[in-house]
Ligand binder design. Structure first.
Ligand code: ATP
Ligand code: MG
Length: 399
């Protein structure tokens, strides 16, 4: 029977502790995001204290701590999550709890190296941090002879002891995704394809505190219903980090057909991308989004050369965020793997852009020449029809 203590999650706050006057807002948003994200795992109290957020399950026996840790690490603004024992401040209590905790770690009988790290934010506590380390370390060495050795450089575990309003004692440190709490930077509209790049772009901008809505252009009958399911799945994965993601699904086949029949083949992709931007911007404005986000990366394909990006961007006046602009594909793939979107992105369903792709797209298009091509077509009516026919689906925490 382990010694009585509360088992709590401690979320460490990173960058946001730098935010000076806004700090209260940022911490408040982070705590609210965390609370929403943990909903469904059991009732919790979420308490902000001394630049950490503390999560206390009301019924610890019924609480899924592992799932909670996982979810908490995905909340932007959290640098790390600890699973900690919390108990009233006192030196004998620290020794007894440390021994009890380490007994659990050593349960398999294998010897281990360790070190103790202590922090004392309650300066009235009689021992300073080095003294706590020394005393706790000595106590443990004595309690588990033959099983423990001190190694300050590469220990197999670090026992952390923090003396604050309670004592926190833990060895588990799970890294969070850092960034700023979603909702502190406003809202933006992500152009979400079924590819690898755009989900990563959405993740990156959400990590800067943006709330995300997404727009997807689908080309049924040229593309399948399953391609759409894949994009919905990606929006759901993104929502693990970004919270609620409203996904606007826009039928695009009519516009594609019009462009295929009405513009030179080598301008097809650029004109398609411009139509997407126009539509995305109008939906964005209606939904209170102040920027667009794409997964474009300089030079990756013909439609992402500098002149092509300029020609695409020329049709909108909202800022366009392209967080992958300077990343190579491997770096993007690495992020996609880490955030769990890669496996879904590589499912082999066709995207609307791949349906009518030209063999040699123009790499140096020009905005006004492109505009003249488009002016010959009844594009505006088709854009309006597409927007009217758009459907909203919602993925996410409180969807
Ligand atoms: P991705 O992997 O994100 O699809 P990509 O390298 O395949 O990117 P493109 O297909 O040229 O590049 O698309 C560039 C960007 O345009 C995408 O990152 C995305 O933001 C947007 N986009 C492309 N196709 C669609 C679509 N069907 N719906 C919504 N946005 C799209
Ligand atoms: Mg693509």
């Amino acid at each position: 029977m382990p010694l009585a203590h509360d088992l709590v999650l401690i979320a460490r706050i990173g960058e946001i502790s730098l935010k000076g006057l806004n700090r209260g807002d940022f911490e408040g948003r982070l705590a609210a995001n965390l609370q929403r994200r943990l909903k469904g795992l059991g009732e919790v109290r979420v308490v902000r204290s001394q630049s950490v957020v503390r999560v206390e399950p009301v019924d610890p026996a019924a609480f899924d701590y592992e799932e909670a840790i996982h979810r908490a690490t995905c909340i932007f603004g959290i640098v790390a999550v600890n699973l900690a024992r919390s108990f009233p401040v006192g030196f004998p209590e620290i020794l007894a709890q440390a021994e009890d905790h380490v007994r659990g770690i050593l349960a398999d009988g294998r010897p281990r190296t360790f070190k103790v790290e202590a922090r004392r934010s309650d300066k009235s506590f009689p021992l300073d941090s080095p003294a706590i380390c020394r005393e706790v370390g000595a106590h443990l060495l004595e309690a588990f002879p033959g099983l423990l050795t001190v190694d300050v450089h590469r220990p197999s575990f670090v026992l952390h002891v923090e003396v604050r309003d309670t004592v926190l004692l833990y060895d588990r440190v799970e890294r969070g995704h850092r960034g700023l709490p979603v909702g502190t930077a406003g809202k933006a509209m992500l152009l979400l394809s079924g590819g690898i790049d755009s989900p990563v772009a959405g993740y990156m901008m959400a990590s800067r505190g943006l709330e995300i809505e997404a727009v997807h252009f689908q080309s049924i009958p040229f593309t399948s219903e399953r391609a759409l399911r894949k994009v919905e799945a990606l929006a759901g994965l993104l929502a693990r980090y970004a919270g609620r993601v409203a996904l606007h699904v826009v039928p695009f086949a009519e516009i594609q057909t019009m462009l295929r029949d009405g513009v030179p083949e080598d301008m097809m992709t650029i004109c398609m991308r411009r139509a997407m931007m126009r539509i995305a911007e109008r939906i964005a404005v209606r939904r209170g989004c102040r920027a667009l986000i794409t997964g474009e990366s300089l030079g990756q394909v013909a439609s992402q050369t500098m002149p092509a990006l300029a020609t695409t961007g020329a049709v909108v006046s909202l800022p366009v965020f392209r967080p992958l602009i300077g990343l190579d594909k491997d770096a993007t793939i690495e992020i996609a793997r880490r955030i769990g979107t890669f496996e879904t992105s590589i499912q082999p369903y066709e995207d609307c852009c791949t349906v009518f792709v030209a063999k040699h797209p123009k790499t140096k298009p020009d905005a006004s020449a492109t505009q003249r091509l488009e002016d010959r077509l009844p594009l505006e009516d088709a854009i309006r029809r597409a927007i009217d026919a758009a459907e909203v689906k919602t993925a996410g925490w409180d969807a």
